[in-house]
Design a binder for this molecule. Structure first.
Ligand code: PEP
Length: 250
């Protein structure tokens, strides 16, 4: 049985004070949820404040990206040990906004994944196709390349802790969700590929999240799919009421 996981990505939103107020609300409705994991990814500057609010809760924290080096001349980056010291246990890596806006390629994303694992962070490894790629029937080819390159060199043991997030780019922040059938089809494909690469036992235990306009009114049907183990939520994670409904999916 894979334990469901709902992750909220706040992107570049919230001041420290706003983050503090938002997490106080989310913390309340996450209390007592024993059969699922909840992870929040606030902006780095708010990680520590959020972590203090959550100190006696089961809600976990992630950074929105992470460098592969522990320290050094990497202006603007944050290291795995830094995010751990601020209270994070995981890092989102390879988000489509990093790939598209900041031109992070598969090789760099792979370095980040390996760096996170080396320092004991859980990678929330994101992949996804553009609308053009989907319409050109290239979805599976694109995802396979992202997975093979992004997870190159990851050991079977480390794959057991890694989380994959399938986020079709055309569904992120657009209000357009993949149908449950489209999402399930891709998740099953990813699991089959992971079985080829890491063995069936690992593939059966890896959590694969869906991301792309997950909302209170579509989370239940998505979570009912056999290969969808959770959600990576952007916009709806910035509203306590919406996010609370999502983490309380049925
Ligand atoms: C995301 O940023 O990962 C995301 C899925 O955003 P949204 O839920 O707003 O589509």
């Amino acid at each position: 049985m894979r334990r469901p996981l709902i992750a909220g990505n706040w992107k570049m939103h919230t001041s420290i004070l706003e983050a503090y107020l938002l997490v106080a609300e989310i913390g309340k409705c996450a209390a007592g949820l024993k059969d699922r994991d909840v992870i929040l990814a606030p902006p780095n500057i708010a990680l520590n404040a959020v972590s203090r609010v959550l100190h006696d809760s089961d809600v976990l924290l992630a950074s929105q990206n992470v460098c592969w080096e522990e320290e050094g001349a990497f202006t603007g980056e944050i290291s795995p040990t830094m995010v751990k010291s601020a209270g994070a246990v995981a890092s989102i890596i390879g988000h489509s906004e990093r790939r598209q806006i900041f031109h992070e390629d598969d090789e760099m994303i792979n370095k980040r994944v390996l760096g996170a694992l080396k320092f004991g962070l859980i990678p929330l490894f994101c992949i996804g196709e553009t609308l053009e790629e989907r319409e050109g029937e290239k979805t599976f080819e694109v995802l396979e390349a992202q997975i093979r390159k992004g997870l190159a060199g990851v050991s079977v043991e480390d794959m057991a802790t890694t989380v994959v997030a399938y986020e079709p780019i055309w569904a992120i922040g657009t209000g357009k969700t993949a149908t449950k059938e489209q999402a399930q089809e891709v998740h099953a494909f990813i699991r089959k590929l992971l079985a080829e690469m890491f063995g069936k036992a690992i593939a059966d235990s890896v959590r694969i999240l869906y991301g792309g306009s997950v909302k209170p009114d579509n989370v239940d049907e998505l979570m009912a799919q056999p290969d969808i183990d959770g959600a990576l939520v952007g916009g709806a994670a910035l509203n306590a009421e919406s996010f609370c409904r999502i983490i309380n999916f049925k």
